[in-house]
Design a protein around this ligand. Sequence first.
Ligand code: PMM
Length: 267
Amino acid sequence: MSQERTLVIGILNVTPDSFADGGKHFDFESAIIRAKEMIAEGVDIIDVGGESTRPGAERVSEEEERVRVIPVITELIELGAVVSIDTMRASTAIAAIGAGATFVNDVSGGLADPDMAKVIAKNPLVQYIVMHWRGHSDQMQKSAIYSDVVSEVKDELDERITQLLKAGVAAEQIIIDPGIGFAKTAEHNWELLRNIDRLSLLGYPILVGASRKKFLGELLGANSPDDREAATIAITTAMAQLGVWGVRTHAVKAHRDAIEVAMELNK
Ligand code: PMM
């Protein structure tokens, strides 16, 4: 995939809380309709997740996660999409890779499942998104304590990378992510976004996932995630100007446009 511009990674959450009427068949149908819209809008990669990682979220079973995501991935591959699996489980990653996913997006950066690094090492054509993480969603906000958030996130990602390389993962497979909203207060998120260039010193492509997150609502007094879209686009523009590898977003077209604008501004 060329790196002339920042990539748009479209979020496709196949979770009951993202599709109001529930029911597995409905989830599948809704997911495919949404994916087709994203493809038509020029998405680069579709990130399929079957487990919510919102603050306070409880875990779903391994089987439930797989039942939610694998049929969707199979269909997306049929449609010609590039697919990422958003999972912390090695077993789900194996099944998703088997179904055609070429990216594994692990919000725990390999910390949640000790087998994940081996799976990535065994699949050298798969790229691995290593997010900064300090524990599962039901307890992570207790760990939002830093004396220098940028240095600590950078050092903790560096430690993850060291462990992954030791396990046989190739450097070319790794993409890093500061984990906006994961064990971070609003101010921590802003500090990380202001200093994203310091994370790029680690020498890996960077993904930023700020889309419609709570800290934007706190700034703007916008309780509804939909009301945070314009703010998310502003972040995409700034991140694209700084040359980040990708942005993980709910909307696609507006972010493709924002990236075009950023490229013009950078000329
Ligand atoms: N955020 C969420 C889920 N997965 N993956 C990466 N790499 N980075 C993120 O910031 C990230 C993620 C939670 O957001 P959602 O509930 O809107 O999907």
